[in-house]
Design a protein around this ligand. Sequence first.
Ligand code: CMC
Length: 427
Amino acid sequence: MSDKAILEYDGKRYEFPVIKDTENELAIDIKSLRSSTGMITIDPGFKNTGSCESEITFLDGEKGMLRYRGYAIEELAEKADFLEVAYLLIFGELPNKEQLETFHEDIKAESQVDEEMKKILDGFPKSAHPMGVLSSLTSALIAFNPTSVNISSEKDMYHAIVKILGKFPVLVAWTMRKKKGLPLDYGDDNLGYVENLHKMMFKKPSKEYKSNKIVIDALDKLLILHADHEQNCSTSAVRITGSSHAGLFVSLSAGISALWGPLHGGANQAVIEMLEAIKEDGGDTHKYMDKAKDKNDEFRLMGFGHRVYKNFDPRARIIKKAADEVLEDLGIVDPILDIAKSLEKVALEDEYFVERNLYPNVDFYSGIIYRALGIPREMFTVMFAMGRLPGWIAQWREMRLRHEPIGRPRQVYIGKTYRPFKPLEER
Ligand code: CMC
């Protein structure tokens, strides 16, 4: 097989190296394209463009396969906990017992959020969407942690990482408590990372907090499944923001904003809203399938389709099974789950969906579990952000340590060519 790709244009021939990644996928290296040909490429949505080389996550969209640092998502979801996965994503290896304990202790030591942050939270109306609040609070953290990270110092880098892993769950919990009118609370260092997050979200002022293993395990699994997904929209936002050498916290804030959209993480909220609308409307899934296929209708089947997966999203498979188990374990009967299953069945047999390889994605069933765990709908995407946090950190860290250049795409200009200025009276 040739290790060069040839481009012929205007009677000239140009050669570009073809590189093979560790999973034997090929890429044409066009770094010298503009300097040698004077041309650029155009690829809206970056559907064919690799923005970086990365060692973190591999996914094969055709086979429906996802691995973090070489480990299959199915195994991690079954056998690891969220903190181990966070460590794996960020530092490249599963931690041993001692490393994990130290990591957790260091995170706990940083879990205090400056009291003044509460004033910022107070400034938001109760009606504000928790994702907007979370993005603002994450960015505001910079005011209380002003030193930028010295990326040449491993110690500094580690400190910044445990700091955000410590403070972020507090912010997540506060966005929900604000919405619910509950007093802001801190965690308990005796609890596990995910258990503590749950406590901070749900502890009632007048009741002792009691955790439920089924709930904590389900939450842990969901966080693992969301922890990284290579160069998706929010991760690209984190990397491109950080590529200007903006700090870690603001880069994460950019990622949260990008995640909020309904085509990305916001889909989990949109799915439940869609399923509820279908239920209210009599449960006719075929009617909504027709709407989704109608090119004159803006409606899309939320939780279906993916930029990279052209087969079942492996996370959706795991979440569907978990939704069944969690609802059964908690003794919850949710008619929305039946609607979701029947919608999935209809879609998987429908020519339009089959032709376009549209399968359920991670967001299709996750909202059903969140509902069963008592998490309000507007918090679903916040939970996604909580899960994605280690992935964003890992990607930001990798980008900085590889000294990647500032992200700055080019464009094909289609506007007016030069025209002389027209004075006001002539317009
Ligand atoms: N319902 C109906 N038609 C769809 C859907 C859908 N959910 N998704 C894609 N299509 C159609 C689309 O209209 C297009 O048809 P045609 O070829 O006739 O023009 C074709 O399938 C290809 O779609 P695309 O929009 O070009 O694909 P994309 O890679 O740009 O978009 C997507 C991927 C995830 C944005 C899209 O599938 C979508 O909008 N899905 C619904 C929102 C959703 O569930 N998002 C969560 C994604 S997974 C988690 C995450 O990233 O956060």
